[in-house]
Design a protein around this ligand. Structure first.
Ligand code: GNR
Ligand code: NI
Length: 172
């Protein structure tokens, strides 16, 4: 297991559309395990492969709380097969947009079909935080960040702040 560096916005790699995983190999499982370790260390509740520079359609999620039993989900080539009519608002954050938060409106419930870590077809009906996290991670696979769902004014404020932080970090 290894921790991987997380890409921070603004970075063109975060805008890439990831490609489907062709086969769930041991290499893919190793990458998923490294992603999970990276996510737990951050700490975060989800991580898409592109956030660690792997442009493949896979992600890990664990929304269990501190002190609760861990419940990692390994999700490969996910597809949304159904969304609810009703939406929910949730204050989102992102490991690639550190310390930036905004309310995002998304369908309250989704059904997602995907391959698990063993390459088996699965379907999941999610609501609440799991539905938020799944949609947030699946957006990453298409190069979309949560700030793409908010007003241009708020988005530009956040992106300018992050750009400034990058300039400061690399100045010298
Ligand atoms: O750790 C994370 N927390 C979070 C909180 C609200 C909505 C979405 C998320 S996902 C985020 C980790 C991350 O950036 N995944 O891509
Ligand atoms: Ni994110």
């Amino acid at each position: 297991m290894a921790q991987l560096p997380i890409i921070v916005a603004p970075d063109p790699r975060l805008e890439a559309v990831s490609t489907p995983v062709e086969q769930v190999t041991d290499e893919v499982r190793q990458q998923l395990d490294d992603m999970l370790e990276t996510m737990y260390a951050a700490p975060g509740i989800g991580l898409a492969a592109i956030q660690v520079g792997i442009a493949q359609r896979m992600l890990v999620i664990d929304i269990s709380r501190e002190g609760e039993e861990k419940n990692p989900l390994f999700i490969i080539n996910p597809e949304i097969t159904w969304v609810s009519d009703d939406d929910q608002l949730y204050e989102e954050g992102c490991l690639s947009l550190p310390e930036q938060y905004a309310e995002v409106e998304r369908p309250a419930e989704v059904k997602v079909s995907y391959l698990d870590r063993d390459g088996r077809q699965q379907e999941l009906h999610a609501e609440g935080l799991l539905a938020v996290c799944l949609q947030h991670e699946m957006d990453h696979l298409d190069g979309i960040l949560f700030v793409d769902h908010i007003s241009a004014l708020k988005r530009n404020m956040i992106l300018r702040k992050l750009l400034k932080q990058k300039r400061l970090a690399t100045a010298g």
